[in-house]
Design a protein around this ligand. Structure first.
Ligand SMILES: [Zn+2]
Length: 431
């Protein structure tokens, strides 16, 4: 992880392969290359020797991209998959401005620009506004990137970048991998190869003789490049490459974070706790991003996108209505809006929470959710809510009910069926 080269560590005499005179065991014994061939380094000067040791110890990930054969010479274009480290920190740290180990002369480098563009796309709502790029390679609207990252929480951020450790695939990677393969098989995710989860598929050998699907499954779990390549080629649909679904996943992660915080007092004193304020900020951001995606879309959203947007907003609304209890420390007693998620977002004042976004969708899209909207109304009523909020919720429900009764019943039935799970389209195709 730390970019100390072999030669650096040798000079610091931490390397067991060197002795106090700066000599190396490789002065006397051959070094074995990744090709398994052994090379004697005894004829090399120190710099050359270090370079060979560095290269063979941590082989660069290179592949041949192109070649050309000329009369007098040949050309090989070698493509590298180098890794770099970007650091960003608090204002009083050494990394108030982001740094990167690529050593690019031009500042800022492409790695920094890419990373903070990702952070901006997750943490800011794209309403078509123009961001201001700074000389440091990130949008001025991020404020101090490290503070933004701390508020957002780094685990939420890296999850959205499809990060998954190779040796211990994240639950999300396992799920997304199943979704990709189920989609290719035209099989509903729930029915697809249950033997591939929680079993040897996740932990065992990557190569599974006689089982190509399991082999590909293992590769997708462990190799980020392969996974991202696969994902990039999959067409968008209800399940795969669905931006609303990604927002729904982030909302779920926010609820999970708050639930874990509520259940474990040891987390209450964390430097940036996943408390009510944090969860509420994430949920508000998710709804803001759903709303902006509907409103600023170049083309009207596809029906499946509208369904996905409705599902995301409903999950957020139901999740908040379910969480009307106080969480966190009793001492010191925080204001109610900081210890009660429902009160913070709905009960305290009418912010049009979730209802304002549902209003942007055609009522017919919400028809499958009619019963659950009515259940939300009943629970909201029992918890206490500003009258105007209740009024708006009720008029939304009335519109949805009107659309359900005015449209052919087959539509509502099909919609209800669809809302059950995201794979209905495929399930239908299977029949
Ligand atoms: Zn760089």
């Amino acid at each position: 992880m730390v970019p100390t080269t072999r030669s650096q560590s040798r000079s610091q005499q931490e390397d067991p392969s060197s002795d106090s005179e700066g000599e190396s065991v490789y002065d006397y014994t051959p070094i074995v290359a990744p090709s398994k061939l052994a090379y004697s380094l005894s004829n090399l000067d120190e710099d050359s020797r270090d370079s060979v040791i560095d290269t063979f110890s941590e082989p660069p990930r290179l592949s041949l991209k192109a070649y050309a054969s000329r009369e007098q010479y040949a050309v090989f274009e070698v493509e590298g998959l180098a890794t770099y480290e970007i650091r960003t920190g608090a204002e009083d740290s050494h990394f108030a401005f982001p740094t990167c180990t690529c050593g690019a002369q031009e500042k800022p480098c492409g790695h920094i620009i890419w990373l903070f563009d990702q952070l901006a796309s997750q943490s800011l709502t794209n309403k078509g506004q123009t961001l201001t790029m700074t000389n440091q390679g990130y949008a001025a609207q991020l404020g101090r990137p490290f503070a933004k990252l701390t508020d957002f929480h780094i685990d939420m951020f890296v999850d959205s970048l499809h990060y998954s450790p190779a040796d211990n695939p994240s639950p999300r990677r396992v799920q997304e991998t199943r979704e990709i393969l189920a989609s290719l098989n035209d099989t509903p995710v729930d029915e697809y190869r249950p033997d591939l989860v929680g079993g040897p598929g996740e932990e065992g050998e990557i190569i599974n003789r006689g089982d190509l699907e399991k082999t590909v499954f293992s590769m997708l779990l462990r190799n980020n490049d392969f996974f991202l390549y696969f994902l990039s080629l999959m067409p968008s649909d209800e399940v795969i490459n669905n931006r609303f679904r990604r927002l729904e996943q982030r909302a779920s992660a926010a609820f999970e974070g708050l639930d874990a915080y509520a259940a474990n007092p040891a987390l209450w004193a964390a430097r940036s706790p996943k408390n009510v304020a944090w969860c509420a900020a994430h949920l508000a951001l998710v709804l803001d991003q759903v709303s902006a995606a509907i409103q600023t879309a170049a083309a009207p959203p596809e029906p499946w996108e509208q369904r996905a947007a409705a599902r995301t907003v409903m999950r957020v609304l139901e999740g908040v209505v379910e969480r009307a209890g106080d969480v966190g420390p009793a001492e010191p007693l925080l204001p109610r809006g900081q210890r009660n998620l429902f009160f913070c977002l709905i009960g305290d004042e009418d912010r049009g929470f979730a209802v304002g976004v549902l209003d942007q969708l055609p009522p017919a899209v919400l028809a499958p959710w009619l019963d659950r909207l009515a259940a939300v109304e009943a629970r909201v009523l029992s918890r206490g809510v500003p009258p105007s909020y209740l009024e708006n919720l009720r008029s939304l429900i009335a519109r949805v009910r009107g659309s359900a009764s005015s449209s052919p019943s087959s539509f509502a039935a099909a919609g209800a069926k669809r809302s059950g799970h995201g794979n209905d389209r495929r399930a239908k195709r299977m029949k």
